[in-house]
Write a protein that binds this ligand. Structure first.
Ligand SMILES: CC(C)[C@H](C(=O)O)[C@@H](O)C(=O)O
Ligand code: SF4
Length: 415
């Protein structure tokens, strides 16, 4: 069995499973946020009046925090009342950050565990060797009631990534290049199992950027064997009691892909699809008027540090607004402590509170017709950040920082 098959077999109480089997699996952690908890509650209340285990449910306010409409304020009230009634103590409702950052940061993510969440980027926790995937609110309601869910065991693709990333090129470029190769639908309902020395050398921050985006080629989950840095991250959160799942020598994969990153250039996903990817030099010179640094993809400490390296002593172009929203309060605090926030402020950056911010076009940076953004987020779909006549280009934190300075898409090596 490969890693995903082993974890699913264990949670289904079976000795062995193979791709395309349907199993009922026990869930270790279930998550929903301010946008998806209210519809989950609606279905849940038709089923039962008591959650299966309040300690295993995590609720996060991140999509519209602070509330931007009366409707989202109402949603948050509904979630607060539900948490009180169900005695759910793991509720992060005061701007702690984006769910996919808060869960690992607060110690809810363990290797080899099974995590589901009513958000498509729940796949992020695969960076820690967990099987994690997004569910719709209806399926999640059943998990809240019973603590289990059904899953088809996905086919697995083995993704080997080897080589040393050149300067100004990061894990975001690795995953954009993988999505370019597989295509937006190329991973549909598959498990992406990552191996190789590039992945082994990556920090948890960098690894999370990769597993976060596997859904952008349709994958069910992405998974990595926890490396030394990841195990240290877990130990800092007192997580030491876990198993590490590795694949059998004769594990089955539908296909194997080999990537070498020695010559990889910063990548840009052009409107309006995440697989519409080219080297930054090909699109260099495109005028932008918004730059976004943040999200569950690239709003982590390392991302802010990489951007600050480029922005130090520079000013954001007068026709651009650079919006920075750290992925969590802890990251925000760390970036204050090390002077990164000061550097960003001196460059005329707008620092927003931790949360999803403009990533999905709900608030704090909604775009009008013809506006163009370069962003570290994960989706550039038509209308994603506002008007259906606006444009979103996705890239790494240094391309975003460099472009914010020049007002056009720029290779950071030119700053
Ligand atoms: C609002 C939520 C359901 C959605 C998701 O599931 O991904 C959002 O987080 C997104 O990034 O589009
Ligand atoms: S930061 Fe963006 S992609 Fe991530 S959960 Fe929030 S809205 Fe979704």
């Amino acid at each position: 069995m490969n890693i995903t098959e082993k974890i699913l077999a264990k949670h289904a109480g079976l000795d062995e499973v193979s791709a395309n089997d349907t199993v009922t699996a026990k869930v270790d952690i279930a998550m929903s946020h301010d946008g998806t908890t209210p519809p989950t509650i609606k279905v849940f209340e038709k089923l039962t009046d008591k959650v299966w285990d309040p300690e295993k449910i995590v609720l996060v306010f991140d999509h519209n925090i602070p509330a931007n409409t009366i409707g989202s304020a109402n949603f948050q009230q509904v979630v607060r009342e539900f948490a009180k009634k169900q005695k759910i103590n793991n509720i992060y409702k005061q701007g702690e950050g984006i769910c996919h950052q808060v869960l690992p940061e607060m110690g809810h993510v363990k290797p080899s565990s099974l995590i589901v969440g009513a958000d498509s980027h729940t796949c992020t926790y695969g960076a820690f060797g967990a099987f994690s995937t997004g569910l719709g609110a209806t399926d999640l309601a059943l998990v809240y009631a019973k603590g289990e869910t059904w899953l088809n065991v996905p086919e697995s693709l083995k993704i080997n990534v080897n080589g040393k990333l050149p300067e100004h090129t990061f894990s975001k470029d690795v995953i954009l290049n993988i999505i370019k190769t597989l295509g937006s639908y190329g991973g549909t309902y598959k498990s992406l199992e990552f191996h190789g020395d590039t992945i082994d050398a990556m920090s948890p921050d960098a690894r999370m950027t990769i597993t976060n985006m596997v859904i952008e080629c349709g994958a069910k989950n992405g998974i990595m064997i926890p490396n030394k840095q990841t195990r240290e991250y877990l130990a800092q959160r007192n997580i030491t009691d876990y198993e590490i799942t590795t694949p059998d020598k004769d594990a089955e994969y539908e296909k194997t892909y080999d990537f070498n990153v020695d010559d990889l250039q910063p990548q840009v996903a052009c409107p309006h699809n995440v697989d519409n990817v080219c080297d930054v030099d090909k699109i260099q010179g495109t005028t932008i008027n918004q730059a976004v640094l943040g999200s569950c993809t690239n709003g982590r400490y390392e991302d802010l540090a990489q951007a600050a390296e480029i922005l130090k002593g520079q000013k954001v172009h007068e026709d651009v607004q650079l919006l920075v929203f750290p992925a969590s309060r802890k990251i925000y605090q760390d970036a204050i402590d090390t002077g990164i926030i000061q550097t960003l402020l001196e460059s005329n950056t707008i620092i927003c509170n931790p949360g999803c911010g403009p990533c999905l076009g709900a608030h704090m940076g909604v775009m009008d017709d013809d506006m163009k953004a370069i962003s570290t987020t994960n989706r550039n779909f038509l209308g994603r950040m506002g008007s259906a006549k606006s444009y979103v280009y996705l890239s790494n934190p240094q391309v975003v920082a460099a472009s914010a300075i020049t007002g056009e898409i720029t290779n950071p090596s030119e700053i």
